[in-house]
Design a binder for this molecule. Sequence first.
Ligand code: ATP
Ligand code: MEV
Length: 455
Amino acid sequence: MDHGCLSFSISAPGKIILIGEHSVVYNKQGLASAIDKRTYLHFKEHRLAHDQITYNLLNKITEWDFRSVYNLITLDKPLAVGVKEFSIFTPELFRHDEFVDLIQEFVNQKVEEGTDAYKSLVGLFYIVLGMLWCTDVNMTPFDIEMMTDLTIGAGTGSSASFAACIAGAVYHYIRLKAFEKHGAGEFNISYEMFKPYKMTLSAHYCGFSEEDKEVINKWAYCVEKIMHGSPSGLDNTVCVYGNAVLINPLGRKEGESNLRPLSNFPTVRILLINSGIPRKTRDVVRKVADLKRSCPDAVGAVINAMGVVANEFIKNLMGIQDGAEPSPTQEEVFRQIEVTRLGTSWLGVLVCESVFTSLSYLFQTLIDLQQGLLNTIGVSHPRLEEICFITARRGLHSKLTGAGGGGYAFTLLPPDASEERVIQTTEDLRSAGFKVEDIVVNGEGIAIDFRKDVF
Ligand SMILES: Nc1ncnc2c1ncn2[C@@H]1O[C@H](COP(=O)(O)OP(=O)(O)OP(=O)(O)O)[C@@H](O)[C@H]1O
Ligand SMILES: C[C@@](O)(CCO)CC(=O)[O-]
């Protein structure tokens, strides 16, 4: 047992894309939300026991000689364009491909290329080496153990939640080590040849600030690039910030980020259904890119249509946030259902639910349209179509979520759907061999876990 060694746990949620998968890659608007299923990471430093870095990933343990990892970190080969400009805040300045090649070569000494564990380890070393390369802290050997509630490779953001956990853990480790060195206060934590980066250090943290999340999200995005090639950034942003995130919002001002974490989000209840068909996001995204290359105009038109459907869905859903001003369509709905308005304020959740109920025909139609368009670009699957068919028989509407090709679908449960209908639909799906969960979307973003029972 090492005394005085750092030990902590981090967790990050998975996500579902409510609307806009694939078309977001082509700069259309999309909306995703965190879900209450998480990936957990436990980090434990060990200064005395042994000279290994141990990773327990996906129940496979690998051990790495601390010296050889350390030598990679201290390597003077510049991997960032302009080292003087580089800091933990700017991973986007890395020569990403060159850095990934270096790490792949290292990981390949022990783990077979192309396996799940291989990609995860490359992601993990990218963060460990990249973050520690530019910071001035005394690294020691450590163990990392990870587990997840999420099904891996199924559309609920397992890779993004993995990436968020790793980035959050190494970032947290750095600030705790920097505190050991400097004590409390604001200090530059960059190594001398790099751009100074100031962090507020303290002995204890109960979470991550907005700026911490910004840094963590940038690194998590780099890992998503390793997993997927050219991701939109939506998945990792939801897993870091939690709640819900809009991508490519309309009316965005020049210079503003295309990702907008939202603090307010209406209650959306869904059935989350696993088709049981494995697939890899990278392959499905590539398939769409190939299709677009072969028929740019036709596929471009379908993607434009997907963008229009997403815009309409988002405009109406966001309009029913608590306290939001109603859109003209909702004003109309209000009049129809004769809900009393008090001054300019809404009547809370009850009103939200009323609006949601009266707009549910619109949402369900848009869900069907989007599923049809996703099928048109070849990212559905017979089992996903079967889910839509089964739920439609009970008057409910479903679409795939995430990259598709298999993985999960969800069924929107409007507030007026009777419990009996929900139970019958769930039974129908289960008897057709699907796994079904009844959930409310939303969830906390990356967090430090103080619960003792996680590992
Ligand atoms: N808990 C985990 N530990 C280690 N690696 C993980 C973990 N979760 C995911 N991964 C990595 O992520 C890959 C799966 O990523 P993929 O994007 O295909 O699925 P997803 O993230 O579940 O789907 P989507 O991107 O559509 O939400 C796995 O092959 C594995 O390398
Ligand atoms: C298919 C996709 O739109 C969502 C994957 O969860 C890819 C991306 O956004 O990077």
